[in-house]
Design a protein around this ligand. Structure first.
Ligand code: UDP
Ligand code: MG
Length: 305
């Protein structure tokens, strides 16, 4: 069986096409399937629409979360529910064409791979948002020492062992595309062009995207801390030498003449320290969040059997 997991948040205008094309593709593939839609606390008619579809086709299953928990939590809820031998992760905004699942499955069936990742030859987003996404992926690739993570997103297919491995990663701060690479296994890539969103507004507002990017970077690396440390070290060396020169050759700097540069230097260093405390605080906070150990989401209703 193939399970298709789709998170949905206020997508009422897209749901008909989404399900029609998804069901169509799955039927064409010809294996038994289930489509697990996770309604991430939609406030529009998404849930109603989903349940209408479900009433007509019991292969469509709906998990209703108790409020909006975010895209990664919604995916997680769906992945945990998946019963398939193969599980597909797909966004619900048709940026990833459901028809590609057939190609993913064919690649999976070749037997060489445990995970097939959609590999974006091009991405839909343009302009400033596109640029920021581009930079994030560059930095993330650098941190994880993996060129592959640069071009992948959520769109992917996992076989059972790979999914079980992914499910064992329990951290609450999660960036699933990164974790999917992290688990290892045999990773395959399927080239595709990512489309622009069909209809509706992007649900990941800019701030959310930034916070997702921060989650990804902070949970996968201590690069930010290392930057603090090495900059601090460099500062210590530089100012130690300057201090030494001041002591040995007091005439080199006539401090009394103008104290403004001194103040600027002081403020500058103070700000650097504050920024770095912020970075460390972020790790402390993330550690605190993890130790609180709150569930990633609550389920209000399940329409699954
Ligand atoms: N989504 C979700 N919860 C959220 C935000 C988004 O389940 O809090 C869903 C959304 O409905 C869509 C997918 O996640 O199916 C990707 O969201 P979106 O297209 O807005 O993200 P973007 O493409 O802008 O990164
Ligand atoms: Mg999108």
């Amino acid at each position: 069986m193939i399970s298709l997991v789709i998170p949905v948040y206020n997508e009422e205008v897209i749901i008909d096409e989404l399900l029609q094309r998804s069901v169509g593709t799955m039927e064409e593939i010809g294996e038994p399937f289930e489509i697990i839609i996770v309604d991430d606390g939609s406030t529009d008619n998404s849930l109603k629409k989903l349940l209408e579809h479900r009433a007509r086709d019991a292969r469509i299953k709906v998990i209703e979360l108790s409020r909006n928990f975010g895209h990664q939590a919604a995916f997680t809820a769906g992945l945990r529910r998946s019963k398939g031998d193969y599980t597909v992760m797909m966004d619900g905004d048709l940026q990833d064409a459901p028809e590609l699942i057939a190609d993913m499955y064919a690649k999976m069936k070749s037997g060489h791979f445990d995970i097939v990742n959609g590999y974006r030859k091009s991405r839909g987003e343009k302009g400033f948002k596109g640029l920021m996404i581009y930079f994030f992926h560059k930095i993330f690739a650098l941190i994880t020492h993996s060129k592959d993570v640069e071009k992948i997103g959520n769109f992917s297919m996992l076989n059972r062992p790979a999914l079980e491995a992914l499910k064992q990663l329990k951290e609450k701060t999660r960036y699933l595309p990164g974790l999917r690479i992290y688990v290892g296994f045999k990773q395959g890539f399927l080239d595709y062009d990512r489309e622009i969103r069909k209809e509706g507004k992007p649900k990941m507002r800019f701030r959310r995207l930034m916070s997702l990017a921060a989650d990804a970077i902070f949970s996968f690396s201590r690069l930010p801390i290392k930057i603090c440390f090495y900059l601090g070290l460099a500062g210590i060396i530089v100012f130690f030498i300057i201090g030494l020169v001041m002591v040995l050759q007091p005439d080199t700097f006539s401090l009394t003449k103008d104290y403004r540069p001194l103040l600027v230097g002081l403020y500058f260093l103070g700000s650097v320290q504050l920024a770095f405390i912020g970075i460390i605080g972020e790790y402390v906070f993330k550690g605190y969040k993890e130790s609180q150990n709150r569930p990633m989401y609550f389920v209000r209703n399940e329409y699954v059997d």
